[in-house]
Design a protein around this ligand. Structure first.
Ligand SMILES: [Zn+2]
Length: 157
């Protein structure tokens, strides 16, 4: 999250907070924005009406691209969120699938390897968000396998 004023003022000393990750200097957030689509994206960012923090992009967006994809990569440290998988992120997976109305949002996104994105579509697999990354808990995802085992993946510090 970043106060919207800080996003627009290059001299602002404010820091942003990457939800589920920690503080980020406003300059880095602006650099990320510039590197991933720049001003086209700014118009689609929403600020929280109360504290002015940046909440996310356009909820109608169906794909994780640009800025949002980079945020997910940072939060997930570039590594697949599937249990016992440490492969590099190749896909940005909708935890609640877009066909089921799941938005392309930071809370509903997770980085997965190429395999992970297909395995979760198999019968008996379920993936759900336990914590959205707001507040004191890191972004937390629970995966249930066809044998009924559950695994919890928390975004790292
Ligand atoms: Zn994986």
């Amino acid at each position: 999250m970043l106060p919207i004023d800080a996003l627009l003022d290059p001299d602002s000393p404010a820091t942003g907070e990457l939800v589920g990750h920690g503080p980020l200097p406003a300059g880095i957030v602006r650099d990320l924005l510039r590197a991933t689509g720049g001003k086209r994206w700014w118009r689609r960012l929403f600020a929280h009406p109360g504290h002015g923090g940046l909440l996310g992009g356009d909820p109608q967006k169906r794909r994780f691209d640009g800025f949002l994809a980079r945020l997910i990569d940072l939060r997930d440290h570039g590594r697949c969120r599937d249990p016992y998988c440490d492969a590099a992120i190749r896909h940005h997976d909708h935890i609640v699938q877009s066909r089921a109305g799941g938005p392309a949002s930071l809370a509903n996104g997770r980085g997965v390897c190429a395999r992970g994105n297909y395995v979760r579509e198999m019968p008996g697999w379920d993936v759900e968000t336990v914590h959205d990354g707001h507040g004191e808990h890191p972004h937390t995802v629970r995966t249930t396998t066809p044998t009924g085992h559950t695994y919890t993946s928390r975004a790292g510090p």
